[in-house]
Design a protein around this ligand. Structure first.
Ligand code: NOJ
Length: 560
């Protein structure tokens, strides 16, 4: 398999608004990130993926960009940005920018022009359609509730917005739009950034006949309906030629609605499009069909099936991104682990299970501390437009009662990941000296970075070890993956193999102790413990290959 630095790296995602506030306005900023680079260096990560820092009216916290070449005022200045980039590079940390080009803000000058008249030079930068039978041009829904079409009386037409109405979709079929995007990407790369995480890049090419899709619980088709559209691969290959060829970049496509076959095209190792994709199938294991607003407990067998499909399916052909969390997902320890008695143990177990797979691991800020979901009490505690709109729509339509919806929001809302990073046990978790833009999780006195840096057995220290192991054992990066025990409901067991080396990974996703016979050929004599969240391995007395697997235990054995 081709060796690549981005396969050997660990990426850390920063959501700048919630990371560290250096000037007391309650909002995280670029100087705050610069101040905390040594913390990331100590953790050992190689790359930062920075959620958007561009100028934005913040309808969707920076994912609605009004100027791609300017910095959001709350976050600082371009000088602050340059200093952060420089300081990161000095520490050997690369910076990957969030590229949000499926849409812009409606306050971007292109859209301000576009909506003025049908013959404005920017008109075709966006997607405009007349009404159909007196209604929206089709039944596509916005990701953030309601129709994906907004009526604009100036020209008596609708524009498409797969996200909020303040995020109109760009028309990628217009070569001028593509040229603008490539020029902007080159501008950032010339500045020294190291790559891009491409926001919903699988949605950029729309079927211009705009067929209806299958309606969901609110009556509209999913925002994912246009995923993997007719020209998406053509455009990404063009982007590769126009921007990325000849540069050492990391590119990862956020590919909602991606199938395995499509992923092989996006991230094929021939390097014509992207380095890797984010797929989201495993994020649906606790959804109710296509409806994410549910609190269904996952069946571990489903999770194993999905991840195994991706591990086996992309092996030697393309490359996986590995993640449990990001700024759009609730906290993994509350979702797939146990955020009570076994919080630390289960956070370490989840980390082991993920970091030992084939692919590039992504850590979302706070995951390395085992930060948890948040006890939001009232709809006024939320800031995320996805959560707020869904509340009004689904409670309003009588799909859920207020109590049900609040339960689902507490479990799934994106704001669970967006509360301030918990630095220490002082007021506001040491995030700000001002008043934070969103509530702080009240558990910051127990869960914070300061405490974890002082403790050898902390989740942070465990992540540090996992990252170090990745640098020491190439099997962790390049080995092939095989699932053991597909039908076990509690244990996730798999192997990695590289030439004559082997790893056995055993993860207990539940609180029961299990007596477990190591699979074929693995014995006490022929293996050693590489890492484990209990620090040791408990063989049944006098036995060569039977072990006790304790609650939420994770073990990595290496063949001798
Ligand atoms: C995906 C991003 O991850 C999410 O946060 C955002 O709301 C949408 N794309 C729209 O940009």
């Amino acid at each position: 398999m081709d060796r690549k630095w981005w396969k050997e790296s660990v990426v850390y995602q920063i959501y700048p608004r919630s990371f560290y506030d250096s000037n007391g306005d309650g909002i995280g900023d670029l100087n705050g990130i610069t101040e905390k680079l040594d913390y990331l260096k100590e953790l050992g990560v190689d790359v930062i993926w920075l959620s958007p820092v561009y100028q934005s009216p913040n309808d969707d916290n920076g994912y609605d960009i009004s100027d791609y070449r300017a910095i959001m005022k709350e976050f600082g200045t371009m000088e602050d940005y340059d200093r952060m980039l420089d300081e990161a590079h000095k520490r050997g940390i690369r910076i990957v920018m969030d590229l949000v080009v499926n849409h812009t803000s409606d306050e971007h000058k292109w859209f301000i022009e576009s909506r003025k008249s049908k013959d404005n030079p920017y008109r075709d930068y966006y997607i405009w359609r007349p009404a159909k039978d007196g209604k929206e041009p089709n039944n596509w829904g916005s990701c953030f509730s309601g129709s994906a079409w907004e009526y604009d009386s100036t020209t008596d037409m609708y524009f498409l917005h797969l996200f909020s109405r303040k995020q109109p979709d760009l028309n990628w079929d217009n070569p001028k739009v593509r040229r603008e995007v490539y020029d902007m990407m080159n501008w950032w790369l010339d500045k020294g950034v190291d790559g891009f995480r491409m926001d919903v890049i699988s949605l950029i090419s729309k079927d211009q006949t705009f067929p209806d899709g299958e309606p969901g619980i609110n009556g509209y088709a999913s925002f994912n309906e246009p995923a993997n559209g007719p020209h998406v691969h053509e455009y990404l290959q063009e982007m590769r030629r126009e921007v990325l060829d000849g540069r050492e970049t990391l590119t990862v496509g956020e590919c909602s609605g991606v199938t395995l076959d499509e992923a092989k095209k996006y991230a094929r190792s021939d390097g014509k499009e992207l380095n890797m994709v984010f797929q989201f199938e495993h994020m649906d294991v606790d959804a109710d069909g296509t409806n994410k607003w549910a609190d269904k407990k996952m069946d571990l067998r489903d999770l194993k099936k999905i991840l195994t499909k991706w591990q086996k399916g992309l092996d030697t052909i393309a490359w996986n991104s590995l993640f449990w969390e990001n700024h759009d997902q609730p906290r993994s320890v509350s979702r797939f682990g146990n955020d009570g008695e076994y919080r630390e143990m289960s956070a370490k177990m989840l980390a082991t299970c993920l970091h030992m797979m084939q692919g590039t691991p992504y850590i979302y800020q706070g995951e390395e501390l085992g930060m948890t979901n948040v006890p939001f009490k009232d709809i006024s505690d939320f800031r995320d437009l996805d959560s707020i709109n869904a509340w009004h729509e689904l409670v309003g339509q009588g799909v859920f009662t207020e109590d049900e919806m609040m339960k689902y929001l507490r479990y799934k809302s994106r704001d669970n990941a967006r509360t301030p990073f918990q630095w220490d046990d002082t007021e506001n978790a040491g995030f700000t000296t001002g008043s934070p833009w969103i509530m702080v999780n009240p558990n910051y006195k127990e869960i914070n970075a300061k405490d974890q840096l002082e403790r050898e057995d902390s989740v942070f220290r465990y992540y540090q070890k996992l990252i170090r192991l990745r640098k020491e054992h190439e099997i962790i990066v390049y080995g092939s993956y095989d699932l053991v025990l597909p039908e076990d409901r509690e244990l996730y067991v798999y192997t990695r193999t590289l030439k004559n080396e082997k790893l056995l990974i055993i993860c207990n996703f539940y609180g029961n102790t299990r007596i477990f016979a190591l699979p074929g050929g693995w014995t006490k004599k022929t293996s050693k413990l590489l890492i484990g969240n209990y620090g040791d391995l408990l063989y049944a007395r006098d036995n060569r290959n039977t072990v006790f697997i304790r609650p939420y235990e994770a073990l990595v054995l290496k063949s001798l």
